[in-house]
Design a protein around this ligand. Structure first.
Ligand code: DGJ
Length: 737
């Protein structure tokens, strides 16, 4: 791994074993992108890759007789207005109203390691030798502004991370109207754009579309990364599959509104850009101040989508998640939300907890409804003191009683919100985001606290800190149940209003930082109406996320399959819930519910007292199965997607230990098929020459890895029929002999 600067040619080559990234300083002083893809040899100059020729109608950016034009040039960080008519990566409004900029190469530095992006979360290194960072400083002399383009290349991952920092060293105030985190360009448009789109209870469905000329984009404008769009996109060659072919992934480490855009010009050139959503952003950059954009993590794979996902999984598991939980198998939990909703008291909770303990469950989580006057979702949010009508000995008493049963205790909070019917709102009505003179839109009867203000964050910190300090709390579920509207902060200047959404999320990161630093032993799980804030930045603070409010086993296959494009299994909160399912009213076998939930953090979301004896015994064996296998599933294994729920009636996936000695494969069907055709499930990732013992639902047999991968497993249709047919599933435990 290295970053080489070829001084003569003014070119940079970033490379490791797997990837190369090449750029040069152009004749006009701006930066050009020459190559990004599979590793190539280094050479003194790659200038032969520079594309330039005179074309009609083009604006030329160098003195005559030169013909360099930005219109047809692949750039590192394109500006608007000097001949490139595509969308720019940034835009700066100057005091005279002009937006024209000319940032030219000034200097660079190459350093070992990876600087932090404070106050923003980002991937990191544990030893300086793990990565190299290149910082290229570009200067616009007329306005005295500087922008620093940062690139980090990791030694062991086919990954380059990018971010940009703006520094105002001039005398005028600058308005940053657009400040994306990166731009990457390709010479042709023969790609498909893959993205993860959905809605509440059907988050992160895999979408795939052929690139067309013009702009294709996904974005969030709601102040959260959102359940509608995930801050990720990939470009794949049309012939790339899960296991083969070229794929470029782009993932933004950010939890608020974002833009991910692909623009194809009429010369088939493809430009990918990503960063903070310009529509909801403008930043008043005063003299001597700087602005830091969030990080984009770019992954290259020449072995299909699955290899791209595995890179994200490993990187995010080991160099994005932090704290003691990142390497730990996660506790099997029971959450009372779908068991009781708001209707509980201490006796009821302890009754559920006792049964959970009997099943072998390790952590009991008390969800919404324990504080203030919170007997429904109309009131109480913001009042972070216990409701002693429901819990006579408080959270402190309850947590100790749960611990006395032999389980850890966890608690739900929603710190960013307030109901108008709350003591907090009555005391501080101006603490919510609200535009003067305008209607205040509500969502789930709640309003968004203005976390762009330090005093608001300080107050919430003090209130919740007290609860945590007094009780015995091992886990916190941090929920967030509405999007932002009428975004305006009562105390910000007019020119700073465009930055409120970004300052808000920095306030959230600040509170997360304070709580995780003070309580490093607590396991945090982020949540936003299920999966409306499932993004890499959240994983930096909370190493698991409640994947979706949809706990139906069949729907969950799609949600978890899509989520796995970027996020590791250990980050996906996944629970077994009651039937009929509360979101879809569907009945699925309890074994299938567990067979899906195993591929995540695993837990239960129901009152186990309501199961019959046979089902309860099944729960006990499920808990035992997960305890035996969670290290492989959550930490040691590589995840492979085998059959897509978006393409047919079957889903299959598997986890393989890195030494290939152990694996677990799962097959799920949707509706049963009468007189069905045969199906052979071909596995991947095993050792061809290794003899394995395969334990299916009814039989155990021995075969070689090549047989499992090329001949496959014959899916036992008789067994699926006996399991109830519809939504039946089977797990294969595979162990080297
Ligand atoms: C939304 C979450 O996704 C649910 O799991 C639950 O915690 C509710 N909020 C509680 O209000």
């Amino acid at each position: 791994m290295s970053i080489i600067f070829h001084e003569q040619a003014k070119e940079f080559h970033l490379f490791n074993d797997k990837i190369s990234y090449v750029m040069e300083v152009m004749a006009n002083g701006q930066m050009e992108q020459l190559y990004y893809g599979k590793r190539i040899h280094d050479r003194e100059s790659f200038h032969y890759l520079h594309e330039e020729m005179p074309r009609a109608l083009m604006a030329i950016n160098v003195p005559e007789p030169g013909v360099l034009s930005m219109q047809y040039t692949k750039q590192e960080y394109p500006a608007y207005g000097t001949g490139d008519f595509r969308s720019p990566a940034f835009s700066i409004i100057q005091e005279n109203g002009s937006r024209i900029c000319n940032f030219v190469y000034d200097s660079h530095r190459i350093l070992q390691g990876k600087p932090a992006l404070t106050p923003l979360p980002a991937t990191y290194v544990e030893a300086e030798s793990e990565a190299w960072t290149l910082e290229i400083t570009m200067k616009d002399a007329l306005i005295g502004a500087e922008l620093v383009l940062s690139y980090t290349i990791y030694e062991t991952f086919p990954v380059i991370t990018r971010n940009v920092r703006f520094v105002n060293q001039g005398e005028q105030e600058l308005i940053l109207d657009r400040a994306l985190s990166m731009s990457v360009e390709f010479s042709d448009m023969n790609y498909e754009m893959v993205h993860l789109s959905g809605a509440w209870a059907r988050e992160r469905y895999v979408k795939n579309r052929k690139l067309e000329m013009g702009i294709q984009a996904i974005q969030s404008t709601c102040g959260s990364s959102s359940s509608e769009q995930n801050p990720f996109l990939a470009l794949k060659r049309p012939d790339a599959t899960e296991q083969m072919g070229e794929v470029y992934g782009f993932s933004l480490v950010y939890s608020s509104s974002f833009l991910a855009q692909v623009e194809v010009n009429t010369h088939d050139m493809t430009r990918v850009m990503m960063g903070i959503c310009p529509e909801t952003f403008s930043w008043n950059l005063k003299p001597e101040e700087s602005f830091q954009t969030p990080e984009v993590v770019m992954v290259y794979s020449d072995q299909g989508l699955n290899a791209m996902s595995q890179t994200y999984h490993r990187l995010y598991r080991t160099r994005l998640m932090r704290g003691i939980w990142k390497e730990e198998a996660r506790p099997i939990l029971l959450n009372n939300w779908e068991a009781t909703y708001f209707d509980f008291n201490e006796e009821k909770i302890l009754n559920i907890a006792e049964k959970a303990k009997e099943a072998g469950i390790e952590l009991f989580v008390l969800d919404d409804g324990w504080f203030g006057a919170r007997n429904d979702d109309l009131r109480g949010l913001g009042d972070w003191f216990v409701n002693t009508d429901k819990l006579k000995d408080g959270i402190t008493g309850l947590s100790r009683k749960v611990e006395a049963l032999g389980m850890k205790f966890g608690l739900w909070v929603e710190l960013e919100m307030v109901n108008k019917d709350s003591d907090l709102y009555r005391a501080h009505p101006d603490w919510i985001l609200s535009t003067p003179g305008r209607f205040e839109s509500h969502g789930r009867h709640q309003f968004v606290l203005d976390f762009s203000r330090k005093e608001v964050v300080d107050y919430i910190h003090e209130m919740i800190g007290k609860v945590i300090r007094e009780a015995s709390i091992s886990y916190i579920k941090w929920d967030m149940n509405r999007y932002m509207t009428e975004v305006y902060s009562a105390t910000a200047d007019a020119k700073d209003q465009g930055g409120v959404m970004h300052r808000y999320i920095c306030g959230v990161y600040d509170l997360y930082t304070r709580l995780t630093e003070e309580f490093p032993e607590i396991l945090f799980e982020s949540c936003a109406s299920g999966g409306a804030r499932f993004d890499p930045a959240m994983l930096y603070f909370a190493p698991q996320t409640w994947t979706s409010d949809d706990t139906d086993a069949s729907e969950r296959q799609k949600i978890q399959y899509g989520t796995s494009f970027v996020y590791p299994l250990v980050s996906m909160g996944s629970h077994v819930s009651a039937v009929p399912n509360h979101q879809l009213y569907r009945k699925t076998p309890i074994q299938t519910r567990a067979n899906v939930a195993y591929f995540g953090t695993f837990g239960y979301e129901l009152d186990l007292n309501k199961l019959d004896q046979e089902e309860f015994q099944q729960v006990k064996s499920q808990v035992a199965f997960m305890k035996k296998n969670r290290k492989l599933i959550q930490q040691d294994g590589d995840f492979y997607r085998l059959l897509s729920p978006f393409e047919g009636e079957d889903t299959a996936w598997m986890v393989v230990a890195q030494d290939k000695k152990q694996a677990i494969a799962a097959y799920y069907q949707k509706l049963n098929k009468v007189n069905a055709s045969w199906l052979r499930l071909r596995l991947v990732g095993l050792d061809e020459n290794q003899l394995y013992e395969v334990k299916g639902a009814q039989h155990t047999w021995q075969v070689y890895g090549d047989e499992l991968m090329h001949a496959g497993i014959v899916i036992d249709r008789e067994y699926l029929n006996r399991e109830g047919g519809d939504f039946a599933s089977v797990i294969y435990e595979i162990q080297a002999v």
